[in-house]
Ligand binder design. Structure first.
Ligand SMILES: C[S@@+](CC[C@H](N)C(=O)[O-])C[C@H]1O[C@@H](n2cnc3c(N)ncnc32)[C@H](O)[C@@H]1O
Length: 212
């Protein structure tokens, strides 16, 4: 089985070229996220991919550090930032679960479409918590298990995952129920202040939490 960084390196070009699947849901959560940011903010994004969201939010904040486990994803982001003349985004290769080295330096930490991919959820949440200033926001979006019913497409994907993993065609994926995920966020020392499913099915849980 290939490791996560190699898997994401291998698919980085394809990921960068693929369109957003639900533009309305994306725009809604982008707008909600922007509403929590201030011009003086220092923002950290975990699992930023090619930095497409980072480049859209960078103009609303002071500095933005986009991190990812895949150097190839970050290379694409860096190139796009240069092409668009965006100078306040730094791209750094790191694992979301690694211990925070900079202390509580950030006003907001983002983890969008990431938490279902990290093998140690409590470690990633503890890391996000440690990197935030008191009162700072942790904003995440995570594909979760459907709350009602079990759409065929989702069932087929889940069944195929172990085989795809063996073939190097899928990364490790961990499916949480919404209540489990929210409990983990709260246990890490956050107060949840906004939630929603965007898209609704299968639920992509948008959670805004404040560091206690
Ligand atoms: C589904 S993509 C989401 C990218 C971006 N956040 C977005 O919403 O478009 C998941 C990203 O998480 C990264 N990733 C996976 N496991 C990671 C980990 N343990 N630490 C940091 N990044 C990770 C992958 O390299 C990939 O770029």
């Amino acid at each position: 089985m290939i490791n996560s960084a190699t898997f994401w390196d291998n698919v980085a070009d394809k990921y960068a070229a693929s369109p957003i699947s639900d533009k309305d849901a994306y725009q809604y959560t982008l707008d909600r996220t922007r509403s929590y940011l201030r011009a003086s903010d220092h923002v950290l994004e975990l699992g930023s991919g090619t930095g497409s969201t980072a480049l859209l939010l960078a103009g609303s904040v002071d500095t933005y550090v986009a991190t990812d486990i895949s150097p190839k994803m970050l290379e694409i982001g860096q190139r796009n930032a240069q092409e668009q003349g965006i100078g306040n985004v730094e791209f750094v290769a790191t694992d979301a679960g690694d211990a925070a080295s900079e202390g509580a330096a950030y006003d907001a930490v983002l983890a969008l479409n990431l938490l279902h991919l990290v093998p140690d959820l409590p470690a990633a949440l503890a890391n996000a918590h440690a990197m935030l200033k008191p009162g700072g926001h942790f904003i995440s979006k995570t594909i979760c298990l459907p709350e009602h019913g079990f759409p065929l497409k989702f069932h087929a994907m889940r069944t195929a995952l172990p085989i795809m993993r063996l073939l190097g065609k899928a990364p490790p994926v961990f499916f949480y129920r919404i209540d489990e995920l929210e409990e983990a966020v709260q246990k890490a020392g956050f107060e949840i202040i906004e939630t929603g499913n965007h898209p609704a099915q299968p639920p992509s849980r948008y959670i805004v939490a404040r560091k206690l």
